[in-house]
Design a binder for this molecule. Sequence first.
Ligand code: ZN
Length: 442
Amino acid sequence: MSKQISSIATANVINDINNYSSALKPSVEEKINAAISYLALGWAVIPVKCGTKQMHYKISKKQRGTNKTTKHTNSYAKCRATLDEIREWFEIDLDCNIGTLTGQCSRGLYVFDWDTKKIPKKCCKTLTAKSKTKKGYHDFYYCPKKIPSTNITINGKHYGEIRGDGVLVVLPPSVHETGWIYEWQDLFSPSEAGIAEIPRALLEMVRKRLKIKSSNPVKSKNTRSASSKYSLLADSPSGFISSSNLKEVDTNESNVKEMCKVLNIPPVELGQHFLCVLPHHQEKRPSASVYRADNKQFVYRDFHSAKHQCKPAMLLVEVYAAQAYGEVRQLNKPELAVWHLRLLVEAKLLQPVEISSYKLSENSRPLVKKLYEGFLLLLGCKWLYSPNSPTTFSHRFAAAWCGISECNVGEAMAELLKIKAIKKVGEVVGSFGKKMSLFLPN
Ligand SMILES: [Zn+2]
């Protein structure tokens, strides 16, 4: 009996080894399934000749019947490959690889092609699909506006390229000329991590003067002076933190220095100028500074604000929220208060309330995990001043707060509600009479 068990065990091990090696060299079925899943995402999938980064012209000539190479690629962009055509790719050439064209023909898909495994941390804040390449990674993003191909240069150092409109990108599980195999990073396939909309801040970080217009610029008529609006938590229930506590934090020089680190402000003396850290405020000559206002509070001074239709002085928390949203926005007092608490938490000046909560399964998708962690952190911050209260969690806010794309919030939230990690406990009427759900962890 025990012999039988051990022989079954041995057989399983051998099976595992076989599966493992077959995972290394993709079967035709795996390649077909992958191609279909990419088609389902709306990508312009094309056959790629093994060992190259080029269209498989023998195949395209047979299927689409023209000799001009540009027409071949355009053909698969205009009229997607059919299931029969995809099967035929591998009848014509067993070693055929798969790729997609980037840009508007693939729903606005753009790829950050990193030539290195050491991507600067600030460039990986947004969760999105990621594949491993021979030298580094491909990060997949959507962008509604056309982006040209360009180098990724940060602080003068070359990191790779953005694959702009109409470029061929090789997709997993294609085989590299060296025999190495493209694969999705663990837990970062499109179905697990989603494809995020490209954060504008990231685009600007890697390529200056990229001409993409902001969709809703902040109107200058909305501006108010920073000092007059600072009564953040005046109407909050009495909790651990009061509005005067919070206000005081911004008057303390060493606290402010810690907050400046979170805002990526270089370690200059307070009052000294540095390059503006607001999203899409690139400048060559440093014109921003942090200085003490009349009410003793330190504020962010933006001397080129007129050019960007922003107000000349902002609270540090407003700078922080602008960085999270990817643009300067007018926020209401309760929202400013939570961003302020978050800033203090990130600066390690404040400890969030620990929330005893439902534990997500190890296998949960990263997108769902990230939204859930963000939700718990939000409560951890809010409960510092209003313990045990439920919270609203709008898609717009949740996307900025959790660093995921707005189009992915709904789906991840639905899952958290479905598995009962989060429960809806009521509704409030928000601004403009809009009803908003209230949530608590389960
Ligand atoms: Zn600025």
